[in-house]
Write a protein that binds this ligand. Structure first.
Ligand code: SF4
Ligand code: SF4
Length: 251
């Protein structure tokens, strides 16, 4: 089946086309393309809590050290949620801190948006049923030579080959929080709440130690036996409970 050629958006030479899971597209990225590494600078990409977990584990830092060394904190423009991006060096062409001459230095644990490119996934959650719907778009940028490579695949095959599924499942857990935020607390968070949520979602090692010390109130269960993915799921639930509590206080 051919790609639907409806033009969705075209800022700065970028074309985004809707594409279904079973549609095929021709693309490959490797060190022989003339644009190699060009897309790893001037980034405008958010890192999800799961991205941060994978990256901090990859580089062998604690989550606090990783956030301090490699990220900048922002507030989501529509959700008001704390989000993080890579810390880019303006003196070094705004390059990703992990790009090297021979490619991505954290390839096996690269963030979800890097894995998914040249696709973009848009996901939404039904408030009534809780069901997640997703759609994909193919991004074609003028500088990207990957579309001239003769490697043909469906979107489904790309998702599998790039190891995207686990990222999607973990990132989808955030949709529940965002939906809860929009429903219960539409106004921006205050500074203390933003700090608490940032720490819980991104600074996982600190979240663990704060629970262990009793500083944070969580029904701990066997927290020592929770791996980091289990802990991240717990932190997402904890943020949901925090928002419900804040909403009740406003009633
Ligand atoms: S994490 Fe890797 S793939 Fe992603 S922008 Fe950085 S160097 Fe490029
Ligand atoms: S082919 Fe595209 S994805 Fe690969 S390095 Fe070039 S610009 Fe980046």
């Amino acid at each position: 089946m051919n790609v639907d050629l409806r033009l969705v958006d075209n800022p700065l030479g970028r074309i985004m086309k809707p594409i279904s899971l079973t549609q095929r597209f021709s693309f490959a990225c490797n060190s022989t393309v003339s644009c190699f590494n060009q897309c790893c600078r001037d980034l405008n990409q958010f890192l999800t809590p799961y991205d941060v977990f994978r990256l901090k584990r990859r580089v062998g830092l604690t989550s606090s050290q990783f956030l301090e060394s490699y990220t900048v904190r922002h507030q989501g423009p529509q959700t008001g949620f704390p989000v993080v991006t890579f810390k880019l060096n303006p003196a070094d062409s705004m390059r990703c801190p992990f790009v090297h001459a021979d490619g991505c230095g954290v390839y096996e644990d690269r963030p979800s948006s890097c894995r998914t490119y040249p696709l973009v996934r848009l996901a939404s959650r039904s408030r009534e049923t809780g069901k997640i719907s997703e759609s994909y778009f193919l991004i074609q940028e003028e500088h990207c030579q990957g579309f001239d490579e003769m490697q043909d695949q469906t979107v489904e095959e790309w998702i599998e080959n790039q190891g995207i599924d686990v990222y999607n499942r973990m990132n989808d857990l955030l949709l529940e929080l965002i939906s809860l935020k929009n429903r219960l607390l539409p106004d921006p968070f205050d500074g203390d709440t933003t700090q608490l949520i940032h720490a819980a979602l991104y600074d996982l090692d600190r979240f663990r130690s704060r629970i262990a010390s009793g500083e944070l109130s969580v029904s701990k269960g066997n927290i020592d036996e929770l791996d980091d993915v289990g802990l991240l799921k717990l932190s997402i639930r904890w943020v949901g409970d925090l928002m419900s509590e804040l909403s009740n206080q406003h009633l």
